[in-house]
Design a binder for this molecule. Structure first.
Ligand code: 9Z3
Length: 302
C-alpha cells in the first residue's frame, strides 16, 4: 500500500483536529524562528479493535526527550511529538524518584530536601522558563496510526527553512489494518491467534518531497548489525534526498552514533566511559552538531 492509500484507508484519530490546531497556533506564534519537530518513543500496533493487546517496541524516548532539552538550550522552539507515557523533557530526570526528593515539613508544607536542591533547581528552572515563554509544545500519540496522522499534519505546518525535523521515534514497519483486526479480545480457548501483519508505507519520501521540502530533515536509522548500518543510512539518503541520517545500533545507542550526510561524510560521535561518568549525554553532542549543520543550511538558503 502506498502512503496516499494508507491515509485514505485509515481516517484521522478522534482528537486529531484540536491537536493539529494547537500545533498550527503554536507554529504561527513563532514565525521565522528556528523550530524543531522532535519525534520520540515507539508506536503501538493494536491487535484487537477493542484493544487489550498490542505490539510495541523497545524505545523509551531517551533520545528524543534529551534532545528536546538540548534544542531548547540551543535556542530552538520545540514541538515534542512523543509516545504517551514515554520519557518527556525535564520530567525524565525524576521519573521514579520525585517523591524521594521531597519532605513533609508539617501538614501544610512540603519542600524539596536540601540535599536535592542543586539537582532539582536547574532542571525546574529550565522547564519553567521554556513553559512560560511558550517555547515547547508536547503532543502525545499512542498508536502507529495516530503517529502517522500527527507526523503528516505537523510536517505540513513546518515547511520552511527554519524548521528542523528530527525523526527519532521508533516507528513500526508492520501493522494490522483495523478492518482486519478481531473486534474483541482474542480468546485462548480458540487456540493460538493467526495474525497477519501488513507493511507500513514509508512516508519519508512524502516528508522530504511533498510535506516539508524546505525543511532541514534528519531521519534516524536503527540497526542491530554493525556491518549494514552505514550502507543502509547511505541508501536512505539517496532514496529520500534529505539532509542527514543519524545511524545507531540498538546496544550502543547511548554512547555512539554516526552522522551521515549527502556528501558521504560519516562523522562518529563517541562517548568515553569518562564522559558517561561525568554525566555527559550523547544528545548534547548530537544537537550541537546538528545545530551547526542547520545554521550552514540557513545561510545557504537566504
Ligand atoms: C532511533 O534510531 C533512535 O535513536 C532510538 C532511540 C529509537 C534508537 P530510545 O528512545 O532509542 O532512546 O530508547 N530512531 C529511529 C528508529 C527507526 O524506526 N528508524 C527507521 C529504520 O531504522 C527509519 S525512520 O528503518
Amino acid at each position: 500500500m502506498d502512503w496516499e492509500s494508507f491515509y485514505d484507508a485509515h481516517p484521522s484519530p478522534s482528537n486529531y483536529e484540536p491537536t493539529i490546531t494547537a500545533v498550527e497556533n503554536f507554529v504561527c506564534s513563532h514565525e521565522n524562528k528556528k523550530i524543531v519537530l522532535v519525534t520520540s518513543g515507539g508506536t503501538t500496533v493494536p491487535i484487537e479493535q477493542n484493544t487489550v493487546r498490542f505490539v510495541d517496541n523497545f524505545s523509551v524516548g531517551t533520545r528524543g526527550s534529551a534532545s528536546a532539552e538540548y534544542f531548547l538550550e540551543a535556542g530552538y522552539i520545540v514541538i515534542f511529538l512523543y509516545r504517551s507515557n514515554s520519557l518527556e523533557p525535564f520530567v525524565r530526570h525524576f521519573n521514579n524518584s520525585l517523591l524521594d526528593k521531597l519532605e513533609i515539613v508539617d501538614d501544610k508544607l512540603i519542600q524539596v530536601k536540601n540535599s536535592e536542591f542543586d539537582i532539582l533547581y536547574p532542571i525546574l528552572k529550565k522547564y519553567k522558563d521554556a513553559k512560560e515563554a511558550n517555547r515547547i509544545l508536547t503532543v502525545p500519540f499512542t498508536t502507529l496510526i495516530e503517529y502517522m496522522w500527527l507526523l503528516r499534519g505537523a510536517c505540513m505546518l513546518m515547511d520552511t527553512k527554519y524548521s528542523l525535523l528530527y525523526l527519532a521515534a521508533a516507528v513500526s514497519d508492520f501493522y494490522i489494518p483495523p478492518n482486519e483486526m478481531s473486534e474483541h479480545k482474542f480468546q485462548s480457548k480458540d487456540g493460538p491467534p493467526m495474525i497477519a501483519l501488513r507493511l507500513v508505507p514509508k512516508v519519508l519520501k512524502a516528508v522530504t518531497h511533498i510535506w516539508a521540502p524546505n525543511a532541514y530533515i534528519i531521519s534516524f536509522k536503527l540497526e542491530t548489525d554493525n556491518r549494514i548500518l552505514i550502507q543502509k543510512s547511505k541508501e536512505a539518503l539517496k532514496k529520500y534526498k534529505h539532509q542527514l541520517v543519524i545511524g545507531n545500533l540498538l546496544h550502543t545507542r547511548k554512547r555512539n552514533v554516526k552522522l551521515i550526510s549527502q556528501d558521504d561524510v560519516v562523522e562518529d560521535i563517541v562517548l568515553t566511559d569518562q564522559d558517561i561518568e561525568n554525566g555527559i549525554e550523547i544528545e548534547d553532542l548530537i544537537v550541537s552538531n546538528v545545530k551547526a549543520k542547520h545554521d550552514i543550511f540557513l545561510k545557504s538558503h537566504k
